[in-house]
Design a protein around this ligand. Structure first.
Ligand SMILES: O=C(CO)COP(=O)(O)O
Length: 127
């Protein structure tokens, strides 16, 4: 099953919830994994179930990066806050880099997230 990672920095969490609600029908066909707080909000504010890793600043991005290395993740929607410095910037950079290394599509803003979700849905239909 297609597995998608969903991650959002605090200022971007409302956008993530909005995106997930818009694509709920598609995402309900996918296996979802998220960093801790993002996952908690998706669980409580939408109808979707999602596996939760640790919160981003304490290793959640790194855990998702490990799944990317293991070939378990088909796409990542990572809504980063471009206006706020993050204490775990090295972890964020490592996740972005490892997606590039393994050619896993990574979206860092909402409109790119729509393309990734729609592309993965198209691939799932074809396979
Ligand atoms: O910090 C994050 C990604 O870098 C997101 O973590 P949370 O989903 O736990 O807020």
């Amino acid at each position: 099953m297609t597995r998608v990672a969903l991650i959002a920095h605090d200022d971007e969490k409302p956008t993530m919830i909005d995106l997930v609600e818009e694509y709920e029908a598609v995402l309900s066909q996918f296996d979802l994994v998220a960093t801790g707080t993002t996952g908690q909000r998706i669980r409580t504010e939408t109808g979707l179930d999602v596996e939760r890793k640790e919160s981003g600043p304490v290793g959640g991005d790194t855990q998702i990066g490990a799944e990317v290395v293991d070939g378990e993740v088909d796409g990542v929607v990572f809504l980063q806050d471009p206006m706020t410095a993050q204490p775990h910037e090295p972890d964020i950079g490592a996740l972005v880099r490892i997606c590039d290394v393994h050619d896993v599509p990574l979206a860092t803003c909402r409109s790119a997230g729509e393309y990734v979700i729609e592309g993965l849905a198209r691939d799932a239909e074809e396979n």
